[in-house]
Design a protein around this ligand. Structure first.
Ligand SMILES: Cc1cc2nc3c(=O)[nH]c(=O)nc-3n(C[C@H](O)[C@H](O)[C@H](O)COP(=O)(O)OP(=O)(O)OC[C@H]3O[C@@H](n4cnc5c(N)ncnc54)[C@H](O)[C@@H]3O)c2cc1C
Length: 588
């Protein structure tokens, strides 16, 4: 096995990983920082983000407003000390991106332009047309080249973390081009591996968003938090799941059912007028809009398409000039993938899984339960999003907490005791043997069969609305699928060079564990809050469930779920109302 020595290993070349690597290099230019990514960093999923990133900038806005929208939006399951830190650092990170070259859209007078996003009472979403993620990622990627401390390992796949005595010692990876096993011997590691949307079938995520980092952390002894909170985005193209960004509604798009009726007014988001109004109708939060779709569908008010039912996202009244200026990517995607020109026709949309609110549990300093292991970005649960993430808070999160993770890791390595490379190498050999064994299986199932069955179980049992019976069935199926996975996967391709089937088989192991954590946490949470809705426990239950769920690996068995306290500082839990009722509640 090839051995590479580094001080800090950053796993993930998306927004959070690049920001962490830059911060570590700035904190200590003498460090050796290895930045590992299974795809070229510019293909990380941050590139797909469209709408923009939150940061208070207008005179009529305040940090208190951002804090309040976030905590209310997350239905009081956010850690308020973390949200406080977050809102105080978003804007400086947006300015930092600007200085590194991010081309934020501007007003005619040259000042920063911001747009409305769902659940936010003031316009505070910085955007670069509807290609915000592309520009942020590009900016971070080109900036990372300035730092000789950072060495990139593009197309290296991390298969295991080496942890002993509760401390990180290394990372075992596969060089994808050759299949060679590589041990990155290190003192600290930052997980920035993104979300896990691919455990569901209908989703907006690329094939690489498989929850790998969550699986690595869980197996190494860290815990996952709030995994039951999976976000459905209300406006995705049926069939492909391609996202029609919330920026559409931020710019004024409306949602209508098969009769042309703006049905959101029937779901606590109206009244219609005056419109547009922040936190009302189409500017409501994602959980509420996705749930309203579900009810409209049950009432038979949706449009039938070859890929399932849909409602209409109508931009036509915005006019061609504004549509092309503010939403060029959406226009192109609707034309190419739905055969619909948004300038002339409404776009059929439906909810699809989009974002993992839960993840590897960290504190505000991005520290996990394992010394020297940090997590940031969508793979982490630092405590901002609670039961429902507000759109545009994630791009801000990856830079705010990516930076913290890099700085903390750099600081940690200064005081970390040296570890024996020989001992780490022995542990890594055992881990490599397990990974290589997958290539040699003569018998076993096709990985696609198990992966398909997992996605079906998640769609059926762990969907937008859940019941005890459905969740129990999903848990049983997932346990069975994990047992089948352990019995063996038979690969058609036995080569080590560029063997994507092998990598997919390794990923499937993590996906099954992540899916199981989601299903068990959802079964445990017998209440309805934010994105987690139970038909058999429809009320929010603060007495029993104003707590985080924590999932710990049960080895070959089911994950163990327990609770952990939520940090509440200044916002006492209240009712979460939007539309006219929400505006009234805020005035009183
Ligand atoms: C279509 C879409 C639109 C969105 N729009 C917005 C928006 O407008 N505003 C907003 O705030 N949020 C938005 N989001 C959410 C936001 O973009 C993501 O949450 C965020 O970009 C995640 O960044 P990340 O750095 O955590 O992960 P990613 O960008 O997903 O990067 C993960 C990295 O980890 C690497 N990796 C993973 N596993 C391994 C492994 N085993 N070995 C090696 N490397 C590995 C990958 O190669 C990749 O480099 C959107 C999401 C989607 C899907």
């Amino acid at each position: 096995m090839r051995i590479i020595s580094a001080d800090v290993v950053v796993i993930g070349g998306g927004g959070a990983g690049l920001r962490a690597a830059i911060a570590a290099a700035e904190a200590d230019p003498g460090l050796a920082i290895a930045l590992i990514s299974k795809v070229l960093p510019m293909r990380s999923h941050t590139v797909a983000a469209e709408g923009g990133s939150a940061g208070v900038v207008r005179d009529d806005d305040s940090l208190d407003n951002h804090f309040d929208d976030t905590v209310t939006g997350g239905e009081w399951l956010c850690d308020q000390d973390v949200v406080d830190y977050f809102v105080r650092h978003c804007t400086e990170e947006m300015v930092q991106l600007e200085r590194w070259g991010c081309p934020w859209s501007r007003k005619p007078d040259g000042s920063i332009n911001v747009r409305f996003f769902g659940g936010m009472k003031v316009q505070r979403t910085w955007f670069a047309a509807d290609k915000s993620g592309f520009h942020i990622l590009h900016t971070l990627f080109q900036t990372s080249h300035k730092y000789p401390a950072i060495t990139r390992y593009d197309e290296y796949f991390c298969a295991d973390l080496i942890v002993e005595d509760g401390r990180v010692r290394g990372v075992v990876a596969i060089e994808i081009a050759t299949g060679e096993m590589v041990l990155f011997h290190c003192k600290a590691a930052v997980l920035a591996t993104g979300g896990a949307g691919r455990v569901f079938r209908q989703n907006t995520n690329a094939g690489i968003v498989t929850g790998e980092g969550m699986g690595l952390a869980l197996r190494a002894g860290a815990v996952l938090r709030d995994m039951e909170f999976v976000q459905w985005h209300p406006t995705c193209l049926p069939g492909t799941g391609i996202l029609m960004s919330e920026a559409c509604r931020g710019e004024g798009a409306i949602l209508t059912n098969k009769d042309g009726y703006r049905y959101l007014q029937d779901y606590g988001l109206g009244p219609l007028d005056p419109w547009p109004r922040a936190k009302a109708m189409e500017l409501g939060p994602r959980d509420r809009l996705s749930q309203a779709f579900w009810h409209e569908d049950k009432k038979g008010n949706t449009i039938q398409t070859p890929h399932g039912s849909a409602v209409n996202l109508d931009l036509r009244h915005l006019g061609e000039k504004k549509i092309l200026e503010r939403l060029p990517l959406i226009t192109e995607a609707a034309r190419t993938f739905a055969g619909v020109d948004p300038v002339r026709e409404p776009i059929p949309v439906r909810p699809a899984v989009h974002y993992t609110m839960g993840g590897i549990a960290t504190n505000v300093m991005t520290e996990t339960a394992i010394s020297g292991l940090y997590a940031a970005g969508e793979c982490a649960s630092v405590g901002i999003h609670g039961a429902n993430r507000l759109g545009s808070n994630s791009l801000a999160e990856i830079v705010v907490f990516g930076k913290v993770a890099g700085e903390r890791a750099a600081q940690y390595v200064r005081s970390a005791r040296p570890v024996s490379p020989e001992r780490t190498a022995r542990l890594a050999e055992a881990s490599a043997t397990r990974v290589l064994r997958l290539l040699g299986n003569e018998r076993g199932e096709r990985l696609a069969e198990i992966r398909d069955a997992m996605m079906d179980a998640m769609e059926e049992g762990v969907g937008l609305y859940r019941t005890e019976a459905g969740l129990k069935a999903a848990c049983r199926t997932l346990a069975d699928l994990r047992a089948r996975y352990r019995r063996g996967i038979r690969l058609d391709d036995r080569n080590r060079a560029f063997n994507t089937e092998w990598l997919a088989a390794i990923e499937l192991g993590s996906m099954l564990e992540v899916a199981e954590a989601m299903a068990h946490a959802a079964l445990w949470r017998r209440e309805s809050r934010g994105a987690h809705q139970r038909l058999d426990a429809t009320a929010r239950d603060d007495r029993r469930f104003l707590v985080h769920s924590i999932a710990r690996s049960g080895g070959d068995g089911a994950p163990q779920i327990k609770s952990a306290p939520v940090t509440i500082t200044k916002s006492r839990p209240g009712s979460r109302v939007y539309g006219g009722a929400g505006a009234k509640a805020e005035l009183t």
